[in-house]
Design a protein around this ligand. Structure first.
Ligand SMILES: Nc1nc2c(ncn2[C@@H]2O[C@H](COP(=O)(O)OP(=O)(O)OP(=O)(O)O)[C@@H](O)[C@H]2O)c(=O)[nH]1
Ligand SMILES: [Mg+2]
Length: 306
């Protein structure tokens, strides 16, 4: 039995904090978040600019809670959509307690590194340098990189990991916990993400489009749940896939509707597993001319909400 004073002690020792995950596009930020949580809360694809908004993933232990904030990749953006993503990333980490700077050791991106370092220097927060994708390089090749990058900023720690194979992730977690102070439990123990069911549906559909479509099509696509009805055993939802030009509408629908059917089937199977319910997706494709270049449309599609 717990006495009142035990409970008081437990609360006093509870540590928590917000941890921002930043880095160049495609570095493996979202893969790391999923790997830490042991659940897929953020979509991941081989294409850059997959993540478009901040995503919170919450890890709760007996005496700690870490609220991870996944962000869009930071780079020198020219397009309005990409500039919006970078701003979202910067805003997302303004209030965090600690930063994880994820670097892909197989593909150094010096320009993007410079942009991330600029942000880090401005934020003046403790930063752990996380060298990711070490499954793809020989260990001895990491040392020169570790040396080089350690010169760039006084990182509080440097941790090599493979987010994909969960190698080094526990060491990283121990390192993170060292830098968290006493604090409240921000979310109840069973919550692992802050995303609404609508967002989860939109993101999974967008992931399938990123995986299946080529060239500019994924970047011209935005997905919106227009209507959702939730029943104890099923979900019925009407979802619109916005593209920028009529030709892209043709690509997303595909010959005899083949492309959109494939997107729908892949997303549905995954959603049904995730939500443990039947899911009926009623997919539509609409042209919203040049939405990614138009601030008004970006606003209406929710890009400035987070
Ligand atoms: N081999 C290997 N691949 C990885 C690892 N971590 C991530 N990847 C792959 O790298 C690609 C990009 O991963 P994401 O997690 O989507 O990267 P991200 O940094 O979130 O990218 P954006 O959201 O676009 O900025 C995917 O194909 C992942 O499977 C790793 O440790 N090893
Ligand atoms: Mg991502």
């Amino acid at each position: 039995m717990e006495s009142d004073s035990d409970r008081y002690e437990q609360d006093r020792n509870f540590r928590s904090g917000f941890v921002g995950i930043i880095g160049a596009p495609n570095a493996g930020k979202s893969t790391l978040l999923n790997s830490i949580l042991g659940e897929k809360v953020a979509i991941t694809t081989p294409k850059p600019h997959t993540t478009r908004s901040q995503i919170r993933g919450i890890l709760t232990g007996r005496n700690f809670q870490i609220v991870f904030v996944d962000t869009p990749g930071i780079h020198h953006a020219k397009k309005l959509l990409n500039q919006t993503l970078v701003k979202a990333a910067e805003r997302a980490v303004e209030d965090v307690d600690l930063l994880l700077y994820i670097v892909d050791v197989t593909s150094r991106r010096r320009k993007e590194d410079a942009a991330v370092l600029e942000l880090i220097k401005r934020l003046k927060k403790p930063v752990i340098l996380v060298l990711n994708k070490i499954d793809k390089v020989a260990r001895e090749n990491l040392l020169p990189l570790m040396d080089e990058m350690s010169q760039m900023y006084p990182f509080v720690a440097v941790v090599p990991i493979s987010a994909k194979y969960r190698d080094g992730v526990d060491i990283l977690l121990d390192e993170i916990l060292k830098h968290l102070d006493e604090g409240p439990k921000y979310y109840d123990s069973s919550t692992i993400t802050d995303q609404s069911i609508e967002t989860v549906i939109e993101e999974l559909i967008r992931e399938k489009i990123f995986l299946l479509a080529e060239q500019e099509v994924p970047y011209s696509t935005s997905v919106k749940v227009e209507d959702i009805q939730e029943y104890p055993d099923k979900i019925i939802t009407r979802v619109v896939i916005y593209v920028e030009r009529p030709s892209q509408k043709g690509i997303i629908i595909g010959r005899h509707g083949k492309f959109i059917k494939k997107v729908g089937t892949m997303a549905r199977i995954e959603l049904e597993r995730l939500l443990n319910k039947k899911v009926h997706l009623d997919l539509w494709v609409k042209v919203l001319k040049d939405w990614s270049k138009n601030e008004k449309f970006l606003r209406r599609l929710g890009f400035f909400d987070k």
